[in-house]
Design a protein around this ligand. Structure first.
Ligand SMILES: [Zn+2]
Length: 441
């Protein structure tokens, strides 16, 4: 796994791990884990202090950016090589009348694939590392001690902005209190200053308990890495919502901080999802070390905005878990967009540009993902697509051109397929009311 890279998404999620796993992973483009910890809840005074304290008091720079007139820029569709590779394989398997047996090697060989396409996937992946490495001239904005303090501060502010937005949307106070007191107190979020396109994923996961053996799945920790901020900086630059990209330091800080917000709001949505579960947890499960809490709670937020994008996943048990993951990611992307629009008072034009460049860039791959789903569900209905990576990786390892390890890594990322279903089917603004209404009581 050492050569495995994350996909270029954000993330988190949970459930996959519960069933399968030993992988400790991620989400971000991958997956996630959940863990947490045991902090005293403190009294009201302490709570307030925690929630307003930040490591440096920098001005919140979210005002004055609303504009109906921003430069137009075409949306650049992204390639997700793992999905393209999976679709190529499925088409071959369909032609070979594969029996869908997950325990046998696939009846195809790597030489059956279009070799130019395979090399393109590898080249694209390697180029992605370069694009996501922060260039020397920008390192001070992410890695210096001042930058570290600034970004930690914006991170903490972003958490508060998210909570304020929940209040604005009429979310019941019990969920907001649950986040502040247990699910994610402010001291459990951390910015890690390192310039590495293959760093750990930015993620929200369960708190590791003191003995470092067990986790408290009710309590989360959030880790944020520069690569995921920098990836969003590129997206925001392309969107032009803050005007044309510039070398001006103030412009760069504005976009950097906005990118961090976009990432944090996504992760905070996962915190909200966990808080909702915590509030609806029967007392016998309301304690550390209990896994799969989403399944034990009387209520959760799975599918409250839409279930149209859910997959069959071969059987009901996998479907419950994987659609939970997909739903969490779908909501997180939609909510992140919505809170960005609110925090920066974006105009309709800017909001649309943000949507198009952040989520619309996935449209072509969403079509590929739908085709993958159609082939699995019509040709191999008993197969769990979530396990496809286990059969594709050995196939990728057979590649004799330059970069077989990279191709293996690409195939391995399909371990996060349920999360991809969510990323590529973001909650639409018109579906968000279903989520907010559910959270009112
Ligand atoms: Zn996520």
């Amino acid at each position: 796994m050492e050569n495995e890279k994350k996909s270029k998404f954000p993330c988190l999620v949970v459930a996959i791990l519960l069933i399968f796993c030993s992988i400790s992973c991620i989400v971000g483009l991958g997956f996630l884990l959940f863990a947490d910890y045991d902090l005293p809840l403190g009294d009201g005074d302490n709570k307030d202090k925690n929630d307003t304290g930040s490591s440096t008091n920098i001005e919140s720079n979210t005002e004055g950016y609303s504009s109906d007139n921003i430069p137009a820029n075409d949306v650049e569709q992204i390639t997700i090589p793992e999905l393209d590779f999976a679709l190529d394989a499925l088409k071959l398997l369909k032609d070979r009348n594969w029996n869908g047996d997950k325990d046998e090697s696939l009846p195809i060989s790597i030489s059956d694939f279009n070799q130019n396409k395979l090399q393109n996937y590898i080249d694209y992946d390697i180029a992605g590392d370069e694009k996501l490495t922060i260039p020397a001239q920008d390192e001070d904005l992410y890695l210096s001690s001042q930058a570290e303090a600034e970004l930690q501060s914006v991170l903490e502010q972003s958490r508060q902005e998210f909570l304020d937005y929940l209040s604005e949307k009429g979310v019941a106070q019990k969920y907001i209190d649950e986040i502040k007191e247990q699910t994610l107190p402010i001291e459990r979020i951390t910015y890690h200053a390192e310039n590495n396109p293959n760093s750990d994923w930015s993620r929200t996961e369960a708190l590791l308990l003191e003995e470092e053996i067990t986790k408290d799945y009710r309590k989360l920790v959030m880790h944020i890495y520069p690569v995921d901020i920098y990836n969003r900086v590129r997206i925001l630059n392309n969107s032009r919502i803050f005007g044309n990209p510039s070398e001006d330091i103030e412009y760069k800080k504005t976009v950097r901080d906005a990118a961090l917000r976009l990432l944090t709001y996504h992760e905070m949505t996962h915190v909200l999802q966990q808080a909702y579960i915590n509030v609806h947890l029967p007392s016998e499960y309301d304690k550390p070390s209990i896994k799969s809490l989403w399944d034990k709670a009387d209520k959760n937020l799975v599918g409250v905005h839409s279930t149209e994008f859910f997959w069959d996943w071969g059987n009901e048990v996998y479907a419950a878990s994987n659609n939970h993951t997909a739903s969490d990611e779908s909501q997180a992307e939609g909510v992140a967009w919505e809170v960005m629009v609110d925090t920066y008072s974006l105009s309709d034009t800017q909001g649309q540009a943000l949507w198009d460049h952040y989520l619309g860039r996935l449209y072509n791959e969403m079509q590929n993902l739908e085709e993958i789903r159609r082939i699995f569900e019509s040709e191999f209905p008993d197969y769990n697509p979530d396990e496809f990576y286990t059969q594709l990786k050995p196939l990728a390892a057979e590649y004799s051109g330059v970069g077989s390890r990279t191709l293996e890594g690409i195939a391995g990322r399909l371990i996060a397929l349920p999360a991809y279903v969510g990323y590529l089917n973001p909650m639409q603004p018109e579906d968000a009311e279903g989520l907010w209404n559910t959270l009112k009581s």
